[in-house]
Design a protein around this ligand. Sequence first.
Ligand SMILES: [Zn+2]
Length: 164
Amino acid sequence: MAKYRKKAILVEAVQWFEDGDHPNVKMIPLDRFENRQGADRRCKRCELVLDGIHGEIETLEGVHIVCPGDFIITGVAGEHYPCKPDIFKKTYDNEKTRTPDRSFLPEKVVEELERHIDKIRYRSMSHLVHVILLEWVEKQQKKRERLNNRKSQEEKTNEAMEDD
Ligand SMILES: [Zn+2]
């Protein structure tokens, strides 16, 4: 099977905790479930009481319950949908603080990058990549020179042995 990478799409998102955090999330009124008892009055996902703490939002698939801490994502068509914070953090990077895509770099460079990244403050990520790429190219050149030197030395010894 071929492999596919999901295209990077910029979305807006807000973490919802209480009334007012997102214009489309309405609080579930306190009396909505007043006839329910115990577990029936609690959210199946986070186990907190539904009314007074949870919100609800209109999505393309109908009304969804919003738990405190859920992210409300605004999709490409302006639609809203809630997302659990653990899933959100796995799926989305903050555009301002994200690490640039490094999959195009040679593996060795990425290793170097990760070794340096916490130690040195570079002017920018692209500067860091530039510096490390240069180091890597230099290292490769030195390796090649060393190999060539060894080869020519071997050739010399071979010639000397043939002369004997
Ligand atoms: Zn909940």
